[in-house]
Design a protein around this ligand. Structure first.
Ligand code: 13P
Length: 353
């Protein structure tokens, strides 16, 4: 048990190392299909292999990226040159991780938009196999939504917090560091203060459930959404407001034993995701955790557009640019606009991963 805790602590610390963050490439097959459709590339296994193989052979990527979250297909996939994707990541000094949840289902008894996250059944066997294959951390995405008519309900908060804590405990039994992800969607026209109030309730419930389940916090990471106003609120909060409110929420709710808070981008543009992170790292906070990134869309959009299905060099260059930008943002050293970015809106109502 002690040996396992040491390993979990060490993996979590490596993932949250100064100046580094995570590259989330764990889109399910339908979701990566939508992203590929955006550049007119067909969603075949070969094309997914080519795209992700391009990401995982970008020289020097490990300087900015400590870990990458994979979808199951990629964990067991080889690069077109025959070497496994896991070996490619190892060569870059990037720790492979795995999405282990099985997606969202409607939560009976709650509001009609609310969900629970499935995947606990058989999880202990699956996580054992993922560890054997080389994964050292995992992700489970629970989703909550804010509405004008009562969401999130207490039922949804409790169910999702409990699921995250059960998942976290099971992963730790297999030696995987669990990323605890209670995402609060940007959907809606609520204010930033309303988001803060909801996020405080959610995070408090998540850590209560972790305590009840005996989760070893030093061997976990948190992946929250930033505390922002709803996407349809015309009064968009400024970077300073987002940074101050997010840091206040984290200071109030995240235990000091947690080594890193790895934010998701959740539909923010590439540049906003970097600027908000940079501003958070430019102000005082009480918490000792590192404040960094675990971006999917905000690390891949300009890369996908540059790659276009076959331009390896341009794709890798764009990926490196945003990875460097976010690495700098994680230490408060990013100069806005100093790296190229896509201006595309990445927000999509009811986004599925
Ligand atoms: P986005 O940065 O695209 O929100 O994705 C991160 C992620 O892994 C969500 O589960």
């Amino acid at each position: 048990m002690i040996k396992k805790q040491d390993e979990l602590r060490e993996t979590a610390n490596r993932l949250a190392a100064k100046g580094k963050g995570l590259l989330a490439v764990d889109e399910s097959t339908p979701t990566i299909g939508n992203r590929l459709a955006g550049i007119n590339v067909e969603n075949t296994e070969e094309n997914r292999q080519a795209y992700r193989g391009m990401l995982f052979t970008a020289e020097g990527l490990g300087e900015y990226i400590s870990g990458s979250i994979l979808f199951e297909e990629t964990l067991y996939q080889d690069h077109v040159d025959g070497e496994s994707m896991v070996a490619k990541l190892d060569k870059l000094g990037i720790i492979p991780g795995i999405k282990v949840d099985k997606g969202l289902r409607p939560l009976a008894g709650a509001h009609k938009v609310e969900t629970w996250c499935q995947g606990l059944e058989g999880l202990v066997e699956r996580t054992g196999e993922y560890y054997e294959r080389g994964a050292r951390f995992a992700k489970w995405r629970a989703v909550l939504q804010i509405t004008a008519d009562g969401c999130p309900t207490n039922l949804a908060i409790k169910e999702n917090a409990w699921g995250l804590a059960r998942y976290a405990k099971i992963c730790q039994e297999s030696g995987l560091v669990p990323i605890i992800e209670p995402e609060i969607l940007m959907d809606g026209d609520h204010t930033i203060e309303r988001t803060a109030e909801v996020q405080e309730r959610v995070l408090t419930e998540v850590y209560k459930a972790c305590a009840e389940n005996g989760v070893f916090l030093e061997g976990t990471l948190l992946k929250p959404s930033m505390t922002v106003s709803g996407a349809d609120n015309t009064d968009k909060a400024s970077p300073e407001e987002v940074a101050n409110t997010t840091v206040r929420t984290m200071d109030r709710c995240v235990p000091a034993a947690v080594p890193g808070i790895m934010f998701l981008s959740g539909g923010l543009t590439e540049e906003d995701a970097s600027v908000y992170l940079n501003t958070m790292n430019s102000i005082d906070r009480k918490g000792p955790w590192s404040v960094t990134f675990s971006y999917g869309r905000a690390l891949q959009q300009s890369c996908l557009q540059a790659w276009k299905g076959n331009d390896l060099e341009a794709g890798q260059k764009a990926l490196m640019a945003r990875s460097q930008a976010n690495s700098e943002a994680s230490t408060g050293d990013y100069v806005a606009g100093s790296q190229p970015s896509s201006q595309d809106t990445l927000f999509e109502a009811g986004y599925k991963y």
